[in-house]
Write a protein that binds this ligand. Structure first.
Ligand code: ADP
Ligand code: MG
Length: 396
C-alpha cells in the first residue's frame, strides 16, 4: 500500500474528483517490463528472463452497483465507457479495447464483474517495447477483481494468460506470454525465469551491484511486425525440417547446439541462422541465471553482449539505431554489457550497470546517440520492481 499511495496516485485522486462525484476507494497498478535476456525465444517454447519496472499503469477507482464501466484516460485526455453486458471493439479509442478485452476475458473465466468509475494513467512509455499494453491489461485485471471483491480468486499465472488472451483475441495483437507474466508476477530485486512451454517460473535474485539502464531509441518500429511474422515462419520451417531426423522435437526449445550443427545441411541458410539464434539464446538464458546466482556480473554482461550480436547477425532484428545505442552504453566504464531488448528494429536497449554509473551511461547516450542518428533518445534507470497489486485507498 505505502508504495502505491504516492504522488502519482494522489494526482489521479484529484482527477477522479474532477470527473466523478466523490472519492475513489481503490488503487491498482501493473508494471511495464524489460527483458534481460531471452529474445525471440518465447514463441519457440523457450526461456526468457525479464524484470518488472518501477513504472506502471495505474487506476484509481470506485465500484458501481451496475455493470457500467466509466473511464477517463489521463494521457489521452479522453473519456470512454462500456457496458459489461455489451462489450464490442471500439475503432476510435484503441486504449479502451485493452480494458474491454480484459473484462471479457475475466468474465469468460466464469467471474461476474461489477462496473467501475475509474481514472487511469501510466508512465510506461507507450509503443517503445517496455510493454505498456501488458501493464494496462494487468492493472485493469486487478482493478476489476478488486472492485468486485474477487482478488486472489484467480492465480497470478492464470491472470497473465487471461491478459494475453485479451490482447491476442480482442485487441488483435499476436504477443507471447512473457509481458503479462512478468507484469503480474515480478518481484522487487528479482528477475523472473519463465519457461514459456510449461509456464513454470523461478524468481532469480538480482545481485546488489546490478542496476539497469534502459535507452529508448525512439526510432520507428515499422518493420517490426512483418519481420516478426517472417521470423516465426522461419523458426517453424526449421522445426519441420529438423523433425525428419529428430522426430522427438516439438519446437526449437528441444534442439541443442550440437544437434543443430550436425543437421545444418538440412536447412536453407536463412533458416539455419534463425535457428542458431534461438538455440544459442536459450542456452544463454540458462547461463545467465547461473551467473546471477554466482554473482558473476561480468559473465552476465558478456552473455548480454553475445545476445545482441546473435540478434544482429543471425536473427537480423537489430538496426543502426539500436547498435548505436548499445555502443554508447558500452563505451562507459561500469557497463557490464548491453543488448537490444524486445522484438527489435527500434524500441529499447538495456544495459547492466554498476550502481553509481547510471548517470555516466545516460550522459554517454545523450552525447553520442543523437550525433549519429539525429534522434533525441530517452534514458530510464530502474531496479527490478514488484508485479501488479491493488490496495484500498484511505477514506477522507
Ligand atoms: P508497448 O506494449 O510496447 O508499449 P503496444 O503497441 O503493444 O506497445 O501498446 C501500446 C498501447 O497500449 C497504446 O497505444 C494504448 O492503446 C495502450 N496504452 C498503454 N498505456 C496506456 C496508458 N497509460 N493510457 C492509455 N492507453 C495506454
Ligand atoms: Mg505491447
Amino acid at each position: 500500500m505505502s508504495t502505491l499511495y504516492d504522488e502519482r496516485t494522489q494526482e489521479l485522486i484529484q482527477q477522479f474528483r474532477q470527473h466523478f462525484d466523490g472519492e475513489p476507494t481503490l488503487v491498482s497498478a501493473g508494471p511495464g517490463r524489460v527483458n534481460l535476456i531471452g529474445e525471440h525465444t518465447d514463441y519457440n517454447d523457450g526461456f526468457v528472463l525479464p524484470v518488472a519496472l518501477k513504472r506502471d499503469v495505474r487506476f484509481v477507482l470506485r465500484p458501481r452497483a451496475d455493470r457500467q464501466v466509466r473511464l477517463y484516460s489521463a494521457e489521452f485526455g479522453e473519456e470512454g465507457s462500456f457496458d459489461l453486458d455489451a462489450i464490442a471493439f471500439n475503432r476510435d479509442k484503441l486504449w479502451l479495447n485493452y480494458i474491454q478485452g480484459m473484462a471479457q476475458s475475466l468474465e469468460q473465466e466464469g467471474l461476474r464483474l461489477t462496473g467501475i468509475d475509474a481514472v487511469f494513467s501510466g508512465n510506461v512509455p507507450r509503443g517503445s517495447g517496455l510493454s505498456s499494453s501488458a501493464a494496462l491489461e494487468v492493472s485493469t485485471a486487478h482493478a476489476l477483481l478488486a472492485a468486485s471483491g474477487q482478488e486472489g480468486i484467480i492465480a497470478g499465472p492464470r491472470i497473465a494468460q487471461l491478459a494475453q488472451r485479451a490482447e491476442n483475441k480482442f485487441v488483435g495483437v499476436n504477443c507471447g506470454i512473457m509481458d503479462q507474466f512478468i507484469s503480474e508476477l515480478g518481484r522487487e530485486n528479482h528477475a523472473l525465469l519463465i519457461d514459456c512451454r510449461s509456464l513454470d517460473y523461478t524468481l532469480v535474485p538480482m545481485p546488489e551491484e546490478a542496476a539497469l539502464v534502459i535507452g529508448n531509441t525512439r526510432a520507428s518500429r515499422s518493420l517490426a511486425s512483418s519481420a516478426y511474422n517472417e521470423r516465426r515462419r522461419e523458426c517453424e520451417e526449421g522445426v519441420a525440417l529438423l523433425q525428419q531426423v529428430l522426430p522427438g522435437i516439438a519446437a526449437l526449445r528441444d534442439v541443442s547446439s550440437e544437434q543443430l550443427e550436425a543437421n545444418r545441411h538440412l536447412l536453407p541458410e536463412n533458416v539455419y541462422y534463425r535457428c542458431r539464434h534461438v538455440v544459442s539464446e536459450n542456452e544463454r538464458v540458462l547461463a545467465t541465471v547461473e551467473a546471477l546466482r554466482q554473482g558473476d556480473l561480468a559473465e552476465v554482461g558478456a552473455l548480454m553482449n553475445a545476445s545482441h550480436a546473435s540478434l544482429r547477425d543471425d536473427y537480423l532484428v537489430s538496426s543502426p539505431a539500436l547498435d548505436t545505442m548499445v555502443d554508447a552504453m558500452r563505451s562507459v566504464e561500469g557497463c557490464y554489457g548491453a543488448r537490444l531488448t524486445g522484438a527489435g528494429f527500434g524500441g529499447c536497449a538495456v544495459a547492466l550497470v554498476k550502481p553509481g554509473y547510471e548517470q555516466a551511461i545516460a550522459d554517454a547516450v545523450y552525447e553520442q546517440y543523437p550525433k549519429i542518428t539525429s534522434i533525441w533518445p530517452e534514458v530510464y534507470t530502474t531496479k527490478a520492481a514488484d508485479g501488479a497489486q491493488s490496495a484500498p485507498l484511505p477514506s477522507v
